[in-house]
Design a protein around this ligand. Structure first.
Ligand SMILES: [Zn+2]
Length: 459
């Protein structure tokens, strides 16, 4: 490898989860060497003028599904197109999900997902493991995966017969983390109840896509969140709730945290910005009623919610989503969003006074790094950290549209949304991979991240 010349980023405002301050950043190779006012330019091979710009740690999206098999199709972004789109939006790390197929070893799934990512990923990535079957040796397998840097596992309380595991399995997995230091991520919805409601709807001829939303009462989410946290409390371990979408579920997390329990939760831009009243527009089947989003914003502000991720899981509208036009149970779940997370949260959060700049950074980068064992290598701007840096133009205006986005999908949940604030330049481990709307990275440069056990959730 030819050593990269040092890069000096001058005149910007450095923003971390703790504070904002005027300083220059000197990048040497893949790392940040120094952050201080008025660093000398002589040693640098390139000087970037960041006057009027914010310098943010690269975004970390802890919930994506690239190249994911579902219902006979696969999510339309693979590790190349998905990570490239992420980079355009200022995200420099993803944590995706490998899925254990029932009756097989988790290790096989890890190998499968490494193959999907190898030669394709543009930015660094970690993997969570979705556990569908503990089998004979599942608990020992969890320990070996932690040793491989897969320090978090996801379990489903929904989708009976496909992904759902029972409470005994959940409790065993939770209990095991006391020993191996992993973090359990929970898809918390009462799958048995939802399944019955869905079958009733189908029997009544209610098959249109809107019924995807209408067959998921918020109480089914709140109940499962409550049960998941209770099981973690009995096991004496932390827990992380994924894609929390309703006020009712949020209240359960808040109550647990008020009691001092290490319960954490993420929400996603679609739950903050779209509601079921808007389902006429394309297209987000998981939406809730419109009184929920303001409560979720409050939750982000008051640290009842700790992370914003996307659950990026794109399926094309024309051919893939159309599978469900006459039967909502056949719609592949999930929507595209990995490119727009920072834009949407900055505009609707920071610009509209709902979040401070530092809280914004904490939600999109620092806390996911801490909880998932990447901090301080990722998630902050500091000497010695990876040079994953976003030069953010707070004045840049951008209209979100499927016509211009970089995700490989033919619609946008946020079509026509105008946002102010966008990534001007994106650096991943010291390399400029996006600048002024041009891509300079390459497939395969992204590295698998071995994440540490006993991350921030354990402290
Ligand atoms: Zn997901």
């Amino acid at each position: 490898m030819v050593p990269m010349p040092a890069i000096l980023i001058r005149n910007g405002t450095v923003v971390t989860a703790e504070r904002s301050f005027a300083a220059d950043i000197l990048v040497d190779g893949e790392k940040i060497r120094d952050i201080a006012p008025s660093l000398p330019a002589e040693a640098a091979g390139r000087v970037i003028d960041a006057s009027g710009m914010l310098l943010l740690p690269g975004g970390i999206d802890a919930h994506t599904h690239l190249d994911m098999p579902f219902g006979g199709t696969t999510s339309s972004d693979d590790f190349e197109t998905g990570t490239r789109a992420a980079a355009f939006g200022g995200t420099t790390t993803l944590i995706d999900f490998a899925i254990q197929a029932k009756g097989t070893k988790m290790r096989d799934a890890l190998d499968t997902w490494w193959k999907k990512a190898a030669g394709r990923a543009v930015i660094d990535y970690g993997l969570h493991m979705i556990v569908t079957d503990l089998g004979e040796a599942g608990l020992e397998d969890m320990d070996s995966l932690v040793a491989e840097g897969v320090a978090s596992f996801k379990l489903f309380m929904a989708y009976p017969g496909v992904l759902m595991v029972d409470d005994a399995t959940i409790f065993q997995a939770l209990s095991r983390t006391a020993r191996n230091g992993a973090l359990i991520c929970m898809h918390a919805e009462n799958g048995g109840v939802i399944d019955v409601i869905v079958r009733r709807a189908l029997a009544e001829g209610k098959t249109a896509p809107i019924y995807h939303a209408l067959t998921r009462p918020v109480t089914a989410e709140a109940e499962a969140v409550n049960r998941a946290i209770a099981m973690a409390e009995i096991a004496g371990v932390p827990i992380y709730i994924v894609h929390l979408s309703s006020e009712d579920a949020l209240n359960k997390v808040r109550e647990a945290r008020d009691r001092g329990l290490p319960a954490f939760a993420e929400t996603c831009p679609q739950y903050l910005l779209l509601s079921v009243e808007e389902l006429a527009r394309p297209n987000f089947e998981g939406a809730k009623e419109k009184h929920h989003p303001p409560k979720l914003w409050d939750g982000l502000k008051n640290d009842h919610l700790q992370v914003v991720s996307t659950d990026h899981c794109p399926f094309c509208f024309e051919d893939q989503k159309a599978l469900g036009k006459d039967d909502f149970t056949k719609i592949p779940n999930g929507g595209p969003g990995v490119e727009n997370r920072l834009q949407l949260l900055f505009h609707h959060g920071v610009n509209q006074g709902k979040l401070s700049l530092n809280r914004f950074v904490e939600l999109v980068s620092t806390t996911p790094a801490r909880l998932f064992g990447l901090y301080p290598r990722k998630g902050t701007l500091a000497a010695g950290s990876d040079a994953d840096i976003v030069v953010w133009d707070p004045q840049a205006s951008h209209v979100i549209s499927a016509k211009t986005h970089h995700m490989r999908v033919d619609y946008s949940m946020f079509e026509g949304f105008t946002v102010k604030g966008n990534a001007k330049l994106v650096m991943s481990r010291g390399e400029v991979i996006v600048e002024d709307g041009q891509f300079h990275g390459r497939a395969g440069r992204g590295q698998f991240l071995k994440r540490a056990a006993r991350g921030g959730a354990w402290k």
